[in-house]
Design a protein around this ligand. Structure first.
Ligand code: RIB
Length: 315
């Protein structure tokens, strides 16, 4: 049986400029290329989970414009269940302006649009989609009150919660105590723990602080510096996978979606994290968000080609 995962989150149209370097303030720069690519952390994580083989239900909002129609079409093509993807009237679909430089680094500015309209009552209307899932995935590109409602409902129905608190914002211990798996990058870890992860020791300190705030496990993804997996039983380090970086957009989203599917398939946290790390590594080898998220077989083939067993080491 396929695992069932429900995602509450954002849908954006990504307006992507490839540029030789990031422009300075006041500067006009010739870019290499412009692309319109479906994105949004919520939608990307839903696509990642679907491409890893899960049945995915999505709860979100688009605007009543061409971007919304196209985003809905793309999610539908992935086989994602969209009963609870609403269309907000007279509001634009969320948009992300993304600059990607020649090193694959990006800068992103969001205009939330319809994502900001997703309300707690829409979550309540979708309670069955949450209750019937094995895992709920949330991020923070939709209102915090809405995300909180979803996490509380998941808790009531004993559904495990993965929270990717991006973009970073302050969260209460009360909410974090309902989170089973917290997936953060260095920026989000610093915002929530007060500790900036500059090396392995500080990363571990930040993760332990977050564990003490009440989450079940912390997955700190650090790009080319690997990932740290911390739970009550201890901390493990997974090294970064060496690939040619084209664009890091949606690498974190791929990690989250693949992690949820691995866990739902019964893998240990370490094995699921390892698969997620390989899936995320493939994502950075291509331009864009949903254009770069790999399918299950690609991940398995990639892992086999790199002899991927047992890379995690205890810290
Ligand atoms: O995580 C990547 C995503 O962040 C992009 O697709 C963009 O839409 C922003 O939400």
């Amino acid at each position: 049986m396929k695992p069932h995962i429900t995602v509450v989150g954002s849908v954006n149209m990504d307006l992507v400029f490839r540029t030789p370097r990031m422009p300075a303030i006041g500067e006009t720069l010739h870019g290499h290329e412009f692309r319109q690519i479906p994105g949004g952390k919520g939608a990307n994580q839903a696509v990642a989970a679907a491409r890893q083989g899960a049945d995915v239900s999505f709860i979100g909002a688009v605007g009543d414009d061409g971007f919304g129609e196209y985003s809905r079409h793309c999610l539908n093509q992935e086989g994602i269940e969209l009963t609870h993807l609403s269309t907000a009237k007279d509001i634009a679909t969320g948009v992300a302006g993304i600059l990607v430089d020649d090193s694959g680094n990006n800068c992103i500015v969001l205009a939330a649009g319809a994502n900001a309209t997703l309300s707690p009552s829409q979550i309540e209307a979708a309670e069955a989609a949450i209750a019937s899932a094995q895992f709920l995935i949330c991020q923070l590109e939709t209102p915090l009150a809405t995300v909180t409602r979803a996490i509380r409902l998941a808790h009531v129905h004993s559904v495990k919660v993965l929270l990717n608190p991006a973009p970073a914002q302050a969260l209460s211990d009360e909410l974090l105590q309902l989170v089973d798996y917290l997936i953060v990058n260095e920026t989000e870890a610093a915002q929530l723990s007060g500790i900036t992860a500059t090396d392995r020791d500080s990363a571990q300190n930040a993760s332990e602080k977050l564990l003490h705030r009440g989450v079940g496990a912390v997955l700190l993804t650090m790009g080319e510096h690997g990932a740290l997996i911390t739970q009550a039983s201890g901390t493990h380090f997974i090294p970064a996978i060496d690939v040619e970086v084209v664009d890091t957009t949606a690498a974190g989203d791929t990690f989250v979606g693949a992690l949820a599917v691995g866990l739902a398939n019964g893998l240990s946290l370490l094995d699921a994290s390892l698969e997620a790390q390989y899936a995320a590594a493939l994502t950075v080898t291509k331009l864009g968000a949903q254009t770069s998220i790999p399918h299950r077989q690609e991940v398995l083939d990639f892992m086999a080609s790199r002899h991927a067993a047992s890379v995690a080491s205890a810290v």
